[in-house]
Ligand binder design. Sequence first.
Ligand SMILES: *[C@@H]1O[C@H](CO)[C@@H](O)[C@H](O)[C@H]1NC(C)=O
Length: 222
Amino acid sequence: LYLCSIFICSCSLAFTNFSITQIIIFCNGCNGQAEPSQAYEKDLSTIDEAMIPIDLMQSHDEFINAVKSRLTKLEMMRHVFDQNGIKGAIAAVAKLPDNAVQADVVSTLKRKLDLFSLDIFLSFLPVLAGLLTSKAERHAIVSLELLLDLIKIFGPVIRSTLSAHSAVGVDIQAEQRLQRCSRCFNHLQKIQQVLHPLIMRGGQSAQLAQELNLSLHDLVVI
Ligand SMILES: *[C@@H]1O[C@H](CO)[C@@H](O)[C@H](O)[C@H]1NC(C)=O
C-alpha cells in the first residue's frame, strides 16, 4: 500500500493530464485489480528519480486533496445535472474556474450528444474555447473531440441558415435560428483562431485541431 501511495503521488506531477476515471482505474491497479495503463507507465518514466521521500509524501497529500476536491465538484455537477438537466449543468460548469472538472464534464457530455440543441451548443462554446488554451493536452483533446462531433451535427444547419440570406423576415422562429447560428458562427471563428498554436504543438491534439480547422473552414459560406 505504501508503494501504491508513492506511485499515486508520483502521478501528481502530471495530474492535470488525467481524468478522474483514469485516476480511479490507476488506484485500483495499485490494489492488484487492474494493470496500470500504458499512459501511466510512460508518465512514470519521466519522474525525477532524485526526488526525496519527504517531497513525495507532501505531494502525495496535495494530490489526494486535489482528487478529493475534484470529486466533490464532479458530484456537485452530477447533482445539478440531475436537478436542472444539461442546460443547468452547462451554466454551472461555465462558472467553475477549474479546467480539469470542465474537461471531465465535457468528456461525459460526449456520450450524450442527443441532449444538445443549437442553443445548448451555443452556450457551451465559451467553455470549449477556454479548454483549448489550457496547458494540459487532455483538456484540449476532449474539447476538440466534442467540437468535432457537434460541428458534424450543427454545421449543416449553421451553414444553410447563414447562406439563406434574409429571405424570411417575419418568421420569429427563423429569426431566432438565424441569430443563434450567427452567434455560433462568430464563436467558432474565434475558436479557429486559437487552433494555430495547437497545431504547432504537435501530438494528438494537433491532429484533431487540424481536423477541426478543416471542418470550420467548410462552414464558411462562399
Ligand atoms: C486551416 O485550414 C485552411 C484551409 O485548408 C488553411 O489555409 C489554414 O492554413 C489552416 N490553418 C492552420 C492554422 O493550419
